[in-house]
Design a protein around this ligand. Sequence first.
Ligand SMILES: [Zn+2]
Length: 261
Amino acid sequence: MANMKWTEIQSFVDKKALVLLPLGVIEEHGPQLCLGTDIYTAHIYCLTIKEKLEKMGYIVVIAPPFYWGVCQSTGGFTGSFRVRKETAKALISDILLSLAEFGFKNVFGVNAHGDIEHNVAIIEAFREVSEQKQINACYAFDEWRFPHFGLKLDEPWLCPVKPQIINVSKAEVPDVHGGDIETAMIHEFYPNLVDVEKAKSLPPVALDESSVEAWLFGGHIKELSSQGYLGSPADFDNVEVQKNVDDYASRITEAILGRIV
Ligand SMILES: [Zn+2]
């Protein structure tokens, strides 16, 4: 939408288009990757989901990206902007209500950032707006995370996304943050935004079980990884990127299809 004129947006409203809203943050992703990694990734997913839905006959438009989400895990690191949960929630609500005011009937949130507080902000905004019944606002959220958030799987403002069952990485250390998969995604679609030489030089950094909580609840990133990544960026060129994008997009598309009104 950001590249369109208002008249084009109006024609999408008139054609009852579905809206995809990319959601992310601006945060450090190690010394090899740009701060915008998550929002670029969400945008890549949206482009592929759009393609899939259009093949089924739906008309789809992508909303301007929301990239001022909450950096919990990497909070305190240079480049991770401190946006309060309340600010993120209020901003997402305003975006959803604006889309409703334009006349759109369906909007689906597509997120590529895992922090708890960030997801709470999104869930609360989608719930509030959806309860006002001005628009079918539905957030595509990983099914396995529902119980951790006290959710039941039948909330109308959420569409549960099935878990990933394929393996796209050959790294021995999983990509928790700024590892091989994220590096590979950005390298494939925005090659100028990855320092390849740097990525190749980075040793793997793993999160042991006792430090998972410290990571999740934030404020300890420098102790866990002085360079700000958790994973194995050097393995990025062994990642099956297209397979990963297609798998994500297929699972989110399936989730969306169940919730279109
Ligand atoms: Zn990320």
